[in-house]
Design a protein around this ligand. Structure first.
Ligand SMILES: [Zn+2]
Length: 122
């Protein structure tokens, strides 16, 4: 059985989406990803890079390294919350709606780690 590409509801073989609203939402998602995909990849690389740098710097400079780790996790979390772009394999497996929700939950976990990090540090 074929599934709606946006919400995952079962649909007939000839359709792509179960309703117009799903098609609109899917288009909005793809537009946003076209617009900000490059920015996302750029910021993603920086924040992910900060975490191991922070771990290495932490052994030498203490608080500076910890700050970099917190910025890395917090930055990734905030970015994923604003630009929840799941991977293609996530979209294929879970459809857009659920994949975005999973991104946002992951984002909140990252932000939570950053907040806990701030409390541990100071
Ligand atoms: Zn749908």
């Amino acid at each position: 059985m074929k599934k709606c590409e946006f919400c995952g509801k079962e649909i007939s073989y000839f359709d792509m989406y179960c309703q117009d609203e799903c098609q609109e939402n899917a288009n909005k998602f793809y537009d946003l990803r076209d617009k900000y995909g490059k920015l996302f990849a750029f910021l993603d690389a920086i924040f992910v890079f900060l975490i191991p740098i922070g771990i290495m710097a932490g052994s030498l400079f203490g608080a500076i390294g910890d700050s970099l780790i917190v910025i890395g996790f917090g930055g990734l979390g905030i970015m994923l919350l604003l630009l929840p772009f799941p991977t293609e394999s996530m979209i294929r497996k879970h459809q857009i709606k659920k994949a975005i929700l999973m991104c946002r939950i992951f984002a909140l976990i990252l932000i939570l780690i950053a907040i806990i990090g701030i409390f541990v540090m100071f």
